[in-house]
Design a binder for this molecule. Sequence first.
Ligand code: SF4
Length: 175
Amino acid sequence: MDRALQRADAGHGHRKLAVGWFSFTCCEDSTILLAELLNDHLDEWTKVVEFRHMKTLKSRNSMEDLDVAFVEGAISSDSQAEEVRRIRENARYVVAIGACACTGKPSTSRNQFVDEQINERIRWYLDHFDYGRDVKPLDGVIKVDDMVRGCPMKVQSFEQTLNKYLELFEVTRHG
Ligand code: SF4
């Protein structure tokens, strides 16, 4: 997949939609679903989409000058918030992917913990990982232009959203 994507990204000379895919606090099932979709759509999509940033599928990535950033996962630390703000600065449009990014749940349930509920085990996690005080949905940190809901994301909704941006950027299937 890595080499197929690098080859496709090298391009056919026509305008493609520059896309980034990012994951924060979540189980990354929408990323797995996207990989499954690529089994069926790789040839079709790589003619019109440049996957400029997609760490799960390729090793050379850039978040420069993205047309659309797809972001899955809740934001659970200051460093994640900083990173997602950088993504926002580099992307014309940002789409929240899946329930974790759209609503923050289930990770935001930790925001309701009171001190007596934080046992030794939970304390260990809080102390050893870079967690912020509160978990936030994506639009709690940056402006979000679209949401693809579902857990994992609804495939039809993702495809509609991708098509919407292909049309918006006037990227044609025939290039
Ligand atoms: S929305 Fe559901 S499938 Fe997607 S990362 Fe969150 S828990 Fe996992």
